[in-house]
Design a protein around this ligand. Structure first.
Ligand SMILES: Nc1ncnc2c1ncn2[C@@H]1O[C@H](COP(=O)(O)OP(=O)(O)O)[C@@H](O)[C@H]1O
Ligand SMILES: [Mg+2]
Length: 234
């Protein structure tokens, strides 16, 4: 069974009197453990696609099946639950809570999870410390986002997404605000987490260097998939 299946997905936005077709009939199968780049120019539909997969929005037409569940049969609350428990989201602008430390940003997300109710305070603490160490932030746990570099903030955002042990980690242009060396470090980290933890990653980009990291490259243009290449392990 595919982890994620999209069938004939269309998404229109309503803007005043007009309809903006953002996705125009998209089919996609994704297996657990893939490391995928959704690439395409600005306005091609990348964010729209990630938002649909991440249960942040619903399609105008078509079916999305995530881990065997047809999302079109889910209520708003059920979708919010899937998003909270099962989807890790990393944004271009990090979206950390500025008044919380790196540790607290990750702990806050962990505390919201149903699975965290079974953890003792010590187990929660160990889990947060371990994930921060995994993403290379050992020693920086007490820093607030404002006292971290852009790359370090993005690492906190990745830790916060990974602490869910998500079915899918979605990253919308995660390197767009970083210089190219730091962007490369973030991609290396995501690839390492994919290999070590088996986390499925889907990230979007319009940067050729970033596309190159993918083991599967899906090119979108004007709301349609124009190419879907699988590449061998580099
Ligand atoms: N909230 C919205 N309302 C109206 N149009 C939108 C909205 N969000 C995106 N669009 C339009 O949908 C298309 C795809 O946008 P988007 O998914 O953001 O592309 P990308 O992330 O590849 O830049 C664009 O034409 C964009 O202008
Ligand atoms: Mg976008």
């Amino acid at each position: 069974m595919a982890l994620l299946e999209l069938k004939s997905i269309k998404k229109d936005y309503i803007q005043g009197q007009s309809r903006v077709p953002a996705l125009r009939g998209l089919d996609l199968h994704i297996e657990a453990g893939e490391f995928i780049s959704i690439a395409g120019p600005s306005g091609s539909g990348k964010t729209t696609l990630l938002n649909l997969i991440g249960c942040l929005d619903t399609p105008t037409e078509g079916t999305i099946i995530l881990d065997g569940r047809d999302l079109s049969h889910c209520s708003k609350d059920e979708l919010a639950g899937i998003r909270r428990e099962k989807i890790g989201f990393v944004f271009q602008s990090y979206n950390l809570i500025p008044v919380l430390t790196a540790y607290e940003n990750v702990e806050f997300t962990l505390a919201l999870l149903r699975s965290s109710r079974e953890l003792t305070p010590e187990q929660s603490r160990d889990k947060v410390m371990q994930i921060l160490a995994d993403v290379g932030l050992k020693g920086l746990e007490k820093r607030r986002p404002g006292d971290l570099s852009g790359g370090q903030q993005q690492r906190v955002a990745i830790a916060r997404a990974l602490v869910k042990e998500p079915l899918l980690l979605l990253a919308d242009e995660p390197t767009a605000n970083l210089d190219s060396d730091t962007g490369q470090e973030i991609l290396d980290l995501m690839l390492q987490m994919n290999r070590e933890k088996g986390t499925t990653f889907i990230f979007s980009t319009h940067d050729a260097m970033v596309m190159d990291y993918a083991r599967r490259l899906i090119l979108v243009r004007d709301g349609q998939i124009v190419e879907d290449q699988r590449r061998s392990e580099q």
